[in-house]
Design a protein around this ligand. Sequence first.
Ligand code: PLP
Length: 421
Amino acid sequence: MDQPETPEQTAEHIRAAGSASFGSEVHGDTAGDRWAAGDDGRAYGFETLAIHAGQDPDPTTGAVVVPIYQTSTYAQTEVGVHRGYEYSRSGNPTRTALETCLAALEGGRTGLAFASGLAAEDCLLRTVTGPGGHVIVPDDAYGGTYRLFAKVLQRWGVDHTPVPLGDLDAVRAAVRPETALIWCETPTNPLLGIADIAELATIARAAGARLVVDNTFASPYLQQPLALGADVVVHSTTKYLGGHSDVVGGALVAADPALGEELAYNQNAMGGVPGAFDSWLVLRGAKTLGVRMDRHCANAARVVDLLCSSPVVSAVLYPGLPDHPGHEIASKQMSQYGGMVSFRLRGGEAAALEVCRRTRVFTLGESLGGVESLIEHPGRMTHASVAGSQLEVPSDLVRLSVGIETGDDLLADLERALDLG
Ligand code: PLP
């Protein structure tokens, strides 16, 4: 087949490619049915899917790890006759394995991998909205996502309204006839706000709009938005899915195969795809997501206890705390509360900057979700791009990505850094 020109051709193309190498029907289609259910009809568990979905032993060599297909093109036996792959922007077997695995982990029909989380977001937004369209966005979200709406899409005629997603009446009131999408991030970056996915899905359906959930903070191990009624899940795979701070990547997982086909078409048409090695790194990270998340959560709970008892801390933002406004909803839709913790300092911005300067095991740096603990000042770092907007974050805020190091070492490091007396 030539380069696919229509969504239908893309679907045909990826069907052919998937069956050639991995026995799945469609690239990223819920692990091809092979991993959808066990031999006894029982569904496989999360960790089994993470390690096996899309990752059958290599048919040529028996290699148990999916090879890095570091190739841009593929030999054709005759003009237009090939084994499912012809050019690596359109499809690459290492990427197919990742996409199939991601679809299985999120319980979706189509998984698509991208060069970054923002490339995934851009592809989604230009697929489901257009000039004259409108999107409801959280009033607390990753700054780069907001920047995409405010500085890029606005110029192309896509309007947006920031709304506190915890206030469902405010969400309903913000819906317009041209609203194509409700964009949800939960927990949010960096304020750890919680939105009710099932309720937002109901509002979106009633409005004839779609619900997209950025599931980066929770990861599919802790929260599965498609099962709660979301249409699409977005990931920065740079974070927990990759898990080792050695790759930048993004993903979309769609519940509806027809939307999946449109997204796959635009993934190829727009071209923001990851290379084979980056796909392989994310796939390797995904295999250990479950055990890592358990440790992230356990360490975060200990860090939260310490912060709550510190006299220099004025507030601890963590959905696992019973007095967190989203605690009840988080308990309903997440299996644990995650590895991200934010807190505010009584001493204001100067104290926040000082704590960031003092830690030694927590590395001062942007990003999150890796095995190593990170500390940052959102106002001056990850969220500097929202200064002056409705999404501006408090200057006394510090964000922690709690890693999987020895818990005692993390506590000792923070205790030292918080001793501001
Ligand atoms: N979504 C969230 C919640 C994020 O934290 C980030 C990045 O920090 C992104 C999306 C964007 O992902 P990327 O940096 O991989 O483009």
